[in-house]
Design a protein around this ligand. Structure first.
Ligand SMILES: [Zn+2]
Length: 156
């Protein structure tokens, strides 16, 4: 099995804030990330596809087409946007990289299946800062969100 990755970037603003909590509790849990007037990051998204190379092309997936797909489905929705306010698939959810990476997976996994008969989405790596990033391999590969409590869908 071969693993091939494509890296893309986007800039976006957010704040970490639970509307069910008091200002004090938000400040206590999220610190300066709960600042009312937002803050931004230069995010990096690495999309890793695994599979066997096609005999005709030698490709698992055409990286030009993968890049176009990521741009259209993900980057155009997120780049220079406010994750809390502007992004349809983040509406009513906490704007953390843990939640965001799962939403990106839900969009990309079926789209990549359509794009390539040889490859499937294996892992997403979403980097928020030089020292903070998440990796996600889908719920069926050991990350069971139910067992750690969802609590991500807020009634906004
Ligand atoms: Zn932040």
């Amino acid at each position: 099995m071969i693993y091939i990755s494509r890296k893309e970037h986007f800039n976006a603003a957010h704040k970490l804030y639970n509307p069910k909590w008091s200002e004090e509790k938000n400040q206590q849990i999220f610190g300066e990330c709960s600042n009312a007037n937002w803050h931004g990051h230069n995010f990096e998204l690495i999309v890793t596809v695994r599979g066997k190379p096609s005999e005709e092309t030698g490709f698992i997936i055409d990286l030009k087409e993968l890049s176009k797909l990521i741009q259209e489905e993900i980057i155009e929705q997120l780049d220079h946007k406010n994750l809390n306010l502007d992004v349809e698939f983040m509406k009513g959810k906490m704007a953390t990289i843990e939640v965001l990476v799962q939403e990106i997976w839900n969009i990309l996994a079926p789209a990549i299946n359509q794009l390539s008969s040889n490859g499937e989405l294996f892992k997403l790596t979403l980097t928020e800062t030089k020292s903070q990033f998440v990796e996600y391999c889908g719920n069926d590969r050991g990350y069971d969100t139910k067992s750690i409590g969802s609590g991500q869908d807020l009634d906004l």
